[in-house]
Design a protein around this ligand. Structure first.
Ligand code: NCD
Length: 337
């Protein structure tokens, strides 16, 4: 469906390319996305990286649209970057903080969703502490839904921004050896990354103590290591994860000091990886627990700040591609939408 307001290719990178179809109304996880779906999201994100580095960042492709950020869990990067992404695309963005909402008065997730739905948002970005909660909510609302992290299940935009960071540095994901290290058990970032990297032809190693690995780790199409030196040997990418203590029920590690000794990334352990291996971390970092502070700040190896930059571009791409499914999308809509 085309509309009277034509997009301007000079200011809107999406308008200068042929219309493309992302064949999903929601982005609930990486599982279920095909390699072309992921490549489309990453190609689209590349354009927004350039736009975000320009002085004039504002676009109008989501003008008139409303995005609600509904975060039931704390967040710095994800919520802020979704807000920035929506605003840069011209949308009105509302941040719902659960701490001050009726959820605190006992309203259920579904009632909250239905209430917000009655205000006609176009897209909802939801983070929730329970795995599967975002998918459930998506069934109850009429708008597009993006998963901003559900329990220890999935965090699709984090995996996409990690992939974009790697692809821009290394040229391609295919054939790379990627080590994901630390608290895999509680990590939605790890799960989304495993799906994405496997789909895009990278090889994944998980490095963790047995207590911080899911029982089914071997079935995820990965190699499992319990020793950092062995696991890091010859890897191209080292992805560190935070000990997610807020999800711990019981003691999973003897002490953070001992954990750092065996699993914290320092230069001695890093020396087993390829000399040009990149260091990544989704944040927030616990310095001295999973990563040595000097390694985290190593300007030659660490791409942790670049990941944050890529996060805004990826979220713009996700919002814009999902918005193409909305009624009266003003861009050139491909046949079949
Ligand atoms: C991650 C998350 O929330 O899952 N953080 C993020 O979104 N950048 C990882 C974490 O909390 O450790």
């Amino acid at each position: 469906m085309s509309s009277s307001r034509a997009a301007n290719p000079a200011t809107d990178p999406a308008a200068s390319r042929p219309s493309v179809t992302f064949p999903h109304r929601h982005l609930l996880g990486i599982e279920g996305l095909s390699a072309p779906d992921i490549a489309l999201l990453l190609d689209h994100s590349d354009h927004y990286v350039d736009l975000n580095r320009a002085v004039e960042k504002k676009q109008s492709s989501l003008r008139g649209r409303t995005i609600i950020n509904l975060f039931f869990e704390n967040s710095t990067r994800t919520r802020t970057s979704f807000e920035l992404a929506g605003k840069r695309l011209g949308a009105d963005v509302i941040n719902m903080s659960v701490a001050t909402s009726s959820v605190k008065k006992g309203e259920t997730l579904i009632d909250t969703a239905i209430t917000l739905n009655a205000m006609h948002p176009d897209l909802l970005v939801v983070r929730h502490q329970d795995s599967g909660a975002v998918a459930l909510l998506a069934q109850k609302v009429g708008c597009g839904v993006i998963n901003g992290g559900d329990g220890s299940h999935e965090h699709p935009t984090q995996a996409l921004l990690d992939a974009l960071t790697i692809r821009r540095r290394k040229g391609s994901l295919e054939g790379l050896l990627v080590a994901i290290c630390g608290d895999i058990l509680h990590s939605r970032v790890a799960r989304s990354n495993i799906h994405l990297l496997n789909t895009m032809g990278a090889r994944v190693r998980l490095i963790a103590p047995p207590t911080l690995l899911p029982a089914y780790a071997e079935n995820l199409g990965v190699e499992v290591f319990h020793d950092m030196r062995k696991g890091l040997t010859d890897v191209d990418i080292v992805m560190m994860l935070r000990l997610q203590m807020e999800r711990f029920h019981g003691a999973f590690v003897p002490s953070t000091r001992e954990y750092f000794h065996f699993y914290g990334l320092d230069y001695a352990k890093l020396s087993f990886a390829k000399p040009d291996a990149l260091i990544m971390h989704p944040g927030p970092m616990n310095r001295g627990v999973e990563i040595d502070t000097e390694v985290a700040d190593d300007i030659h190896r660490s791409v942790i700040h670049e990941q944050v930059e890529m996060g805004v571009a990826v979220r713009m791409a996700c919002l814009e591609l999902l918005a193409r499914h909305l009624p009266n999308w003003r861009g050139t809509t491909p046949p079949g939408l």
